[in-house]
Design a protein around this ligand. Structure first.
Ligand SMILES: [Zn+2]
Length: 313
């Protein structure tokens, strides 16, 4: 059985100094290629379902299908809830059989965040389920939801393929930064959080952003190191799609062990779909789906090589 906890996978990664690739499945096909990529690279992987993406699938049924697939996988796979926004959704995911949950209390006062994570940790220990939490605040799509008081994501806010291609090509240009360094994870908060909750993985805000970067990323590597030296808990980097290969390598060498990478895959999928749909008149949906998923798989495999997890299963 290949379904394992986040704690187990990250303690190996921390010890051997590699990064574990983590991404969200928005369909069963997407879940399949995540596992296939890991098998082809003999790499561990973290397959996630984000609460914000539940509207694209029936989460309970899809979770059940994904769990059967993972049980047959040849490599260790963590099945993780990404950005659970409240206690109830975390509890549901535990019931559905996920092996790990993230509670995102980054918009709450630290004390409140600690209280909820501590309770989730207490509940999840008997079933060996891991808990990830976020201290500090990684901005992005949720920033707009919060400031504009929207319920859920507005699909008009989704990354447009042409914007993504342009921004990825132009990451050298300076533009207005939307990252506030005051939101970065403070070392003393990380220490307090870990001590009081016993959390299994800690997402840190060090200069990344969810979605597409609109400026050249400038990670605070010293802060990653300081937090790593201050806490034993493995560290997680969210919102990493705009980073360069060098950024990834350096972040891993400074102490990051789990890397959430999603927008880059969606962009790749959109680019491929557009290329096929515009280039041929005789394509079928099956052909399009297969080519898109193959492109996504190749991108995941390249990241596994880059993060050093290839061959570590
Ligand atoms: Zn995230």
């Amino acid at each position: 059985m290949a379904l394992i906890s986040l704690k187990e996978i990250l303690s190996d990664a921390k010890q051997k100094k590699y990064g574990v690739f983590a991404t969200n499945a928005f369909s069963f096909e997407m879940a399949e290629v995540i596992v296939e990529a890991a098998e082809e690279k003999n790499s561990p992987v973290i397959l996630m379902m984000a609460e914000d993406l539940f509207k694209f699938l029936n989460p309970e049924r899809t979770a059940s299908a994904i769990i059967s697939m993972i049980k047959d996988a040849k490599v260790p796979v963590v099945f993780h809830l990404d950005h659970g926004n409240n206690f109830d959704v975390a509890m549901k995911c535990i019931r559905w059989g996920l092996s790990s949950i993230m509670f995102d209390g980054s918009n709450l006062p630290l004390k409140e965040n600690i209280k909820i994570v501590k309770e989730l940790k207490r509940i999840s220990i008997p079933s060996n389920i891991s808990v990830e939490a976020e201290v500090g605040y990684v901005g992005g799509l949720e920033a707009r939801e919060k400031t504009e008081g929207q319920e859920g994501i507005d699909t008009n806010d989704y990354t447009k393929v042409e914007d993504a291609v342009r921004f990825v090509n132009e990451t050298d240009v300076d533009a207005l930064a939307v990252i506030d360094t005051n939101d970065y994870t403070k070392v003393e908060d990380a220490v307090r959080f870990v001590n009081e909750t016993g959390v299994d993985a800690l997402a840190v805000a060090v200069g990344t952003i969810h979605g597409v970067f609109r400026f050249k990323p400038n990670l605070d590597f010293d802060r990653i190191k300081e937090i790593k030296d201050a806490v034993e808990t493995p560290l997680v980097l969210h919102g990493s799609s705009g980073l360069s290969d060098e950024d990834f390598k350096k972040a891993i060498s400074c102490g990051i062990t789990k890397i959430n990478y999603f927008t880059g895959l969606v962009t790749e999928a959109g680019k491929k779909a557009k290329e096929i749909a515009c280039g041929k008149n005789d394509f079928t949906y099956m052909m399009l789906n297969k080519s898109v998923m193959e492109a996504v798989k190749e991108k995941i495999k390249k990241k596994m090589d880059l993060f050093g997890s290839t061959g570590k299963a």
